[in-house]
Design a protein around this ligand. Structure first.
Ligand code: SF4
Length: 276
């Protein structure tokens, strides 16, 4: 999933890197080092608001190239070395980018390498973040990865864009059942505190989320907490860049704030922030 950074894909290609890039991120409030595990831009979701270059066109190409952990680590070492001694320390290292990292077999080993590389670069205080749509978090490997992240200064940021199955289907257009995403989110939050990222927007096709949909979304969040999950924060976003599809428009700051207020009413001490 994605904090989408598609423009930086070109930057990687231009400087000969496939996986690692540096971006100024509104999410992190500073420099962020991104690790994009999927230069082919495949994803098991097809979100209406996705800002990735047309994955359906790319899917017509041959299959995924192998992800070479050594290549990722080499690129990361180079980038971190180039940032060391600069005026700005990165705010985080984020598995993000063009696809869905939680579906990658071998994620756990790669994540270990990333933490080691961060520490070797003298940046052990920089958190490592997994930005995910949650669909692959039920895999044993991802549960172990979550333990690793928690032990070494990392966090899972998990997407939840809907409160009901129909709205989820309209927004995320995936065959992954909504129930699985909610169950994975809940399980993860019971294991370690997680950040929830939610994207709201107005679509020419189905409008803005209704009051009932927002209430259903807050019910899901409250349900995670009721089931023993811990939410470190909830981030309420709207689209900020050009999306792949037309007819997708940002919500106003006031509309986002109204959504955040509804969440605060049920989540009490969980910070709920908006990103207009
Ligand atoms: S989860 Fe949605 S927004 Fe993220 S890469 Fe996949 S389709 Fe795009």
């Amino acid at each position: 999933m994605s904090e989408k950074r598609v423009t930086h894909r070109h930057d990687r290609a231009a400087i000969g890197r496939r996986f690692v890039y540096v971006v100024r991120s509104r999410r992190s409030g500073g420099l962020s080092v991104g690790i994009n595990l999927d230069p082919q831009q495949t994803c098991n979701f097809d979100c209406v608001y996705c800002e990735v270059i047309d994955r359906r066109a790319i899917a017509r190409h041959v299959g995924r190239p192998p992800i070479l952990a050594t290549e990722v680590v080499t690129e990361l070492s180079t980038v971190l070395a180039s940032l060391r001694g600069g005026t700005e320390t990165p705010r985080d290292i984020a598995f993000a980018g063009d696809g869905e990292p939680s579906t990658f077999a071998g994620f756990l080993l790669l994540a270990r390498d990333v933490f080691d590389t961060r520490d070797t670069a003298g940046l052990s205080g920089v958190p490592v973040i997994l930005i995910t749509n949650g669909s692959g978090l039920g895999r044993t490997e991802m549960r172990e990865a979550h333990d690793l992240f928690a032990a070494r200064g990392g966090f899972f940021w998990i997407k939840l864009d809907a409160g009901t199955e129909p709205f989820y289907r309209a927004v995320c257009r995936t065959s992954v059942p909504f129930g699985r995403v909610v169950a994975n989110l809940t399980d993860a939050a019971r294991r370690h505190p997680v950040v929830v990222q939610s994207m709201f927007f107005r679509s020419d096709a189905f409008g803005a989320p209704s009051a009932a949909e927002v209430e259903a979304w807050t019910d899901r969040l409250a349900g995670v907490v009721r089931d023993g999950g811990s939410l470190a924060a909830v981030h309420v976003y709207t689209v900020a860049r050009e999306t792949m599809e037309t007819g997708v428009h940002p919500l106003s700051a006031n509309a986002l704030e109204a959504i955040a207020r509804a969440a605060r009413q049920v989540l009490h001490d969980v910070p709920v922030e908006i990103y207009p």
